[in-house]
Design a protein around this ligand. Sequence first.
Ligand SMILES: Nc1ncnc2c1ncn2[C@@H]1O[C@H](COP(=O)(O)OP(=O)(O)O)[C@@H](O)[C@H]1O
Ligand SMILES: [Mg+2]
Length: 231
Amino acid sequence: MLRMENVNALYGKSHILFDFSIRVDEGELITLLGRNGAGKSTTLSTILGLVPNVDGVIEFNGASLVGMPTHQIAGMGICLIPEQRDIFQILTVEENLQLSIKKGGRWQMSDIYRLFPRLGERKKNGGGQLSGGEQQMLAMARALLNDPKILLCDEPSEGLAPVIVQEIVSTLKEIKDSGIPILLVEQNLKVCEKLADRHYIVEQGKVLHEFKSEDFFTREAIAAKEKYLSV
Ligand SMILES: Nc1ncnc2c1ncn2[C@@H]1O[C@H](COP(=O)(O)OP(=O)(O)O)[C@@H](O)[C@H]1O
Ligand SMILES: [Mg+2]
């Protein structure tokens, strides 16, 4: 459904992605793994049309995204949950959610409060009063209210306590089980191992390895993890 084929992406003269090829098929959860600076966030920005200089193929359900303005890409249902979570600090949780509701979408407010009971408890709290984990949940909830066809999720577990990471993992699993494909950037290998159908290992803007989840503990995969993921 989402496919990048031999994509090169540059910020000005800085060449960041090199002949980059990945795909996310219907119903899959795919992880992009790699060290800081490997080009993972740039990959998500490139899909969203936020990187100025791109060539190669980027297709969503057969439609080319290269050169398309970001609002139009988002309008196709490609939804980015950025690393910094981007919630409105001065609005309440409920107001943050209401702003994201898309008419006719399949996720209703009641679904959101069932999936994220903490957000129900914090309804009247300001976005700025939430913990890091609650902010991440709010960012995910907002994305769902927008009725995404695919979620691009940038390091959702970053900086969160282990029990909150567990909650994020089970929520991602529920979202995947509801049929929404997910492209997940993640440094936390445990999170990836629990969730993913396939993994791509990225280094210096290149895809070096692809592993199916059942091949992620082979000798070759362990060697790649040791070499490129500092485990
Ligand atoms: N807006 C930008 N302008 C120029 N260079 C950038 C920009 N954003 C990221 N980069 C560079 O692109 C490379 C990949 O960064 P990034 O995609 O953020 O890596 P990751 O998400 O894997 O940590 C880094 O060398 C970074 O300095
Ligand atoms: Mg990043």
